[in-house]
Design a protein. Structure first.
Length: 314
């Protein structure tokens, strides 16, 4: 009798230890994310596997630059613009606050240089310079952003009011000629859908978003990627298979990330919005990826191709 009690006690201790060491997501439980909203999208099936306040509009900060990237790549693909085109820097673009490449009025940079500045470094001045080049003004570009959002099937709760995604307070000022007032807002579900559409239509984006640095030759400037989940970053938040896409932060939005990771041909999109710290956004995304890859291993009927993001299911 005593032996049974001892064996039972040892088994109970082992269970407690295993639960402490293993991540709960590894046991198949949905993760607890320390953020205002979060979504996990399986790009193979189009299924949303985790949805925490996914339909609540949230300030996205620089994560909204995914739409700027989409429009640039659309225009490159259609031949409307070329990577080698030289873009003049306006006085307005040069005054952008927040993260910037310190671009000066009257300087010229190629679309490729500015696009890398947006994708890798989230540079606000590079973002506005591209917007002005493609649409004539940031205000006109914002109309393009919202038109594209509707064509992708994003909900009416997602609305773009500037090219950068940051609040007017964090940027220092906004275009007084803007047609749409207020602040940019996105839902986590719409953000995941936009990220999936970007990868689906322009998979080369991952070759840029996965880079750890960019070099702006004219300035002799090297800047680093803020996505610490990239394996090549080599930090404590590095996550195997991560190759993008966008981080964001300002005082209004908190810390956000729209992350992409692929293992064994299985691609997931993890969105975390409104995290209190930069650590918690990466930890939250890692929990989502853990859960998704574990679930993918358990699913025998998973579709073996990338799903058209326009057919994402609840």
């Amino acid at each position: 009798m005593k032996r049974r009690i001892v064996v039972g006690a040892i088994a109970a201790v082992l269970v407690v230890v295993l639960l402490a060491v293993w991540r709960p997501t590894g046991l198949g439980f949905k993760p607890n994310i320390d953020a205002e909203s979060a979504v996990l999208l399986d790009m193979d099936t189009g299924d949303i596997w985790v949805d925490i306040n996914g339909d609540v509009p949230m300030p996205p900060a620089s994560v909204s630059k995914l739409m700027t990237e989409m429009i640039v790549l659309d225009q490159i693909s259609s031949g409307m613009i070329r990577w080698e085109d030289r873009v003049p820097i306006s006085a307005y673009a040069s005054k952008m606050g927040g993260t910037s490449l310190s671009l000066k009025r009257g300087e010229f940079y190629t679309i490729r240089e500015l696009f890398e500045g947006v994708t890798i470094y989230s540079a606000n001045d590079a973002t506005v310079a591209l917007a002005e080049y493609m649409a004539g003004s940031e205000a006109s570009f914002v109309l393009m952003m919202n038109d594209k959002a509707r064509s992708l099937g994003l909900s009416s709760r997602t609305i773009f009011t500037n090219a950068t995604g940051l609040s007017g307070k964090d940027l220092g000022f906004t275009d007084p000629n803007m047609h749409i007032s207020g602040e940019t807002m996105m839902t986590a579900r719409d953000t995941a859908k936009l990220a999936a559409a970007l990868i689906y239509h322009h998979p080369d984006i991952l070759n840029i978003s996965s880079r750890t640095q960019m070099h702006l030759k004219n300035k002799g400037l090297y800047v680093s990627n803020s996505n610490f989940m990239l394996p090549a970053m080599g930090g404590i938040y590095a996550y195997e298979g991560t190759d993008g896409l966008k981080t964001g932060h300002d005082n209004r939005a908190g810390y956000c990330i729209a992350g992409s990771a692929q293992r064994d041909g299985h691609r997931l999109i993890a969105v975390v919005m409104g995290a209190k710290t930069y650590e918690s956004r990466f930890e939250g995304a890692a929990k989502l990826f853990d859960y998704g890859f574990f679930r993918g291993l358990q699913s025998g009927d998973r579709v073996k191709h990338m799903m058209n993001p326009l057919r994402i299911r609840n």
